[in-house]
Write a protein that binds this ligand. Sequence first.
Ligand code: DLL
Length: 432
Amino acid sequence: MIWNKKYECMKRDELQDIQLKRLKETVERVYKAVPYYRNLMDNKGVKPDDIKSLQDITLLPFISKQHLRDNYPFGLFTVPMSEVVRIHSSSGTTGKPTVVGYTYKDINTWSELLARTLTCAHADKNSVVQIAYGYGLFTGGLGVHYGAERVGASVIPISGGNTQRQIMLMQDFGTTVLACTPSYALFMGEVLEEMGVKKEDIKLKSGVFGAEPWSDNMRKKIEEKLGIMAIDIYGLSEIIGPGVASECPVQEGLHIFEDHFIPEIIDPETEEQLPPGATGELVFTTITKEAFPVLRYRTRDITSLNYETCECGRTMVRMKKVTGRTDDMIIIRGVNVFPTQVESVLLEIGEAQPHYQLMVERKGSMDILEVLVEVSENLFSDKVKGLEGLERTISHKIESVLGVSARVKLVEPKTIPRSEGKAQRVIDKREI
Ligand code: DLL
């Protein structure tokens, strides 16, 4: 059942030898090809030859989303564009998105990682995999797609939305594996009930759900409603997309594909590496990527690493389910949203004040975003009709910038609580 036993079940010392060799190659590669990396390393006084053990990874500089933005769009690629066969970009960032590139070999690696992931959910050539992650610049749809083809499954590339149709095809085509965000999976479960379709009437056996945080309680609900085994899958565009880590059927932590990515946990304040088991910010170094390798990328996701052996036979370290972040990014219906994006919309519009708050709720399985916005004194005393128009304008603009719909509510001047420190921009009432 394990897809690539040689690597996934490798003894740790053998794995570490491979990791060190690959790490050295990657450091050499970025140092040679990218002046920006060379400068960062020179400034830290580290040369590729200084990497003599895996622990020497701590000598290397960190990379953050800001570094990627500073090099928009292709500045950190280590191959000429003639070698790049695919470009993706991360959803919902302020201003310019972060852009990632893949060579043919990278796509091949990525497909294998998703094949491993889908195998964790018992997918094989007899499976029918319905992919309801978004296709396009988002890495979810196409990432899972190539992995599903790699295991030889029959793939339904339906993308997100149109839930009744999803369920009709699920019945007619005999879908056995569902791939989408956990909140969408739960929503499908609800629509299934509304449509009077019993879980016994469909062939669904498992699902690979990720791209947003979800709890074990939510897992239970999804498993019950759809009658399946729900597997948590994790990844981020900057590292490769989905396929960075996946739960196995034991469902106690997500195995990180360590033959391709080296994880570290750091203290987000001091940036010191923390010992195994400690909770902190997850950092990844990619060690096989060609087009867009990254050194010590700060994910902002909070978790811990468990090096104990897993019942499933895989030896790869397990990360705990991600439940929080060190920044204020929230994920609404699978889309990453930063409060500062709302701020830039408000500043552009002018009539609204940059005093705002994002309220997120979950009704059933749907995330509802409401944005409270203060208006200026003189505007508020104007006719209500004008205000409704302004609400609509802001709401349209937010939807086009963020990629998610939001209900906008204008509020009287000075009603949003002011803070002396960090403003509380997000009130997240979701219980996931
Ligand atoms: O969400 C890639 C992906 C697609 C993963 C499909 C899994 C399935 P980004 O849009 O770059 O990439 O968002 C990455 O989403 O840093 C986490 O904060 C969050 N995230 C992704 N997977 C999980 C998960 C894709 N299983 C950001 N649990 C990451 C919690 C997750 N958070």
